[in-house]
Design a binder for this molecule. Structure first.
Ligand code: UDP
Ligand code: MG
Length: 313
């Protein structure tokens, strides 16, 4: 029988932990496989730590990893996968937007199709606000337009992965991780599972715009070199415009249809425009260089403070 590990990142989730644990526990107790839950406390400032330790002390099948500070959702999921020794891992949000009640059906699909990955696709996301829905919809399509690999659209990290995929994931050296993209990039047999995304059971989103933008920029930079090509295209266009203007002015002088010397505003417009093109290009380059710098420093993706219920800890 395959052992299942449910990986749950938690950041300031004191309002949902109890309900989240109750529902997940109920589902896991009803399936015949050996199971465990790995909670990753991503440096919560509220009571999450205490609540998770209470659960771990009463349930030996609950493991907890406490980070030294808030490292982010993707590092938290990464830590879960890195510390998982089960045959299957399911990544689940603490807020129950992705219902744990679907676990048996997802596992059945994995077994039936002999899949290495079952990725869950959101048929609808009624629980999210219009901004989240619109930005997510645009983001997944934009990523596919920009990226060298194609990803299934409207899927989050809610997915079941097997040992083969976990081992490949653990051997990846890059520190900046866009997990849903990487798992899709790893390949093997991947099948979709369609579901309705629900609303958060309590509390607020831990993904403010700032974090969403950082997430999107990691995804883009790690999976695409197109922005570099695009700014190069912008450069070529600028050169072309410059050449056409020069030709026009020269011919204008020769044939007398241009009054070029009186054009203060046209000169200023052109300087500002090309200045802008250059700054954007440097900015895009800078993003890639900054990312290279981060990778070269090779700092760990997360720092663990304490672990509960892991053997040998
Ligand atoms: N999360 C985390 N670290 C963070 C932000 C979020 O571990 O810095 C967790 C959070 O506790 C939740 C999951 O990631 O379990 C998804 O976050 P959230 O539900 O707030 O995002 P949304 O569903 O609004 O995109
Ligand atoms: Mg959520």
């Amino acid at each position: 029988m395959k052992k299942l590990s449910v990986i749950v990142p938690c950041y300031n989730e004191e309002l949902v932990i109890a309900e989240s644990y109750r529902r997940t526990r109920k589902v896991l107790s009803a399936i015949p496989n050996p199971t465990e839950i790995i909670y990753i406390n991503d440096g919560s400032k509220d009571n999450t730590r205490v609540l998770l330790n209470e659960i771990a002390s009463s349930d030996p099948e609950v493991k907890v990893i406490h980070f030294s500070r808030n490292f982010g959702h993707q590092p938290a999921v990464t830590a879960g996968i890195n510390n998982c020794d089960a045959d299957l891992a399911l990544i689940l949000d603490a807020d129950m937007q992705d219902p744990p009640e679907l676990i048996p059906a997802i596992m059945a699909l994995q077994e039936e199709k002999e899949a290495n990955v079952v990725y869950c696709v959101r048929k609808s996301r009624e629980g999210d606000g219009w901004f989240k829905r619109l930005s997510a919809k645009l983001f997944y399509r934009f990523m596919n337009a920009m990226s060298e690999v194609q990803f299934p659209v409207d899927t989050g990290d809610f997915r079941l992965i097997d040992r083969k995929v976990m081992d490949q994931f653990n051997s990846l050296k890059e520190k900046g991780k866009y997990i849903r993209g990487l798992i899709s990039w790893i390949g093997f047999k991947q099948v979709p599972f369609y579901y309705e995304r629900e609303a958060r059971v309590a509390g607020e989103t831990k993904y403010p715009l700032r974090k969403m933008l950082r997430f999107a920029s990691t995804a883009l930079i790690y999976f695409s070199k197109k922005p570099l090509k695009l700014v190069m295209g912008l450069g070529f266009t600028a050169v072309l415009v410059g050449l056409l203007l020069t030709t026009w002015i020269t011919l204008g002088k020769l044939y007398g249809f241009s009054n070029a010397e009186s054009g203060w505003s046209s000169i200023v417009t052109i300087i500002v425009f090309f200045g802008g093109v250059q700054l954007i290009t440097i900015g895009v380059l800078g993003q890639y260089i900054g990312t290279l710098f981060d990778e070269i420093k090779s700092r760990p993706e997360y720092i663990i403070d304490e672990k509960e219920n892991f053997k040998n800890d």
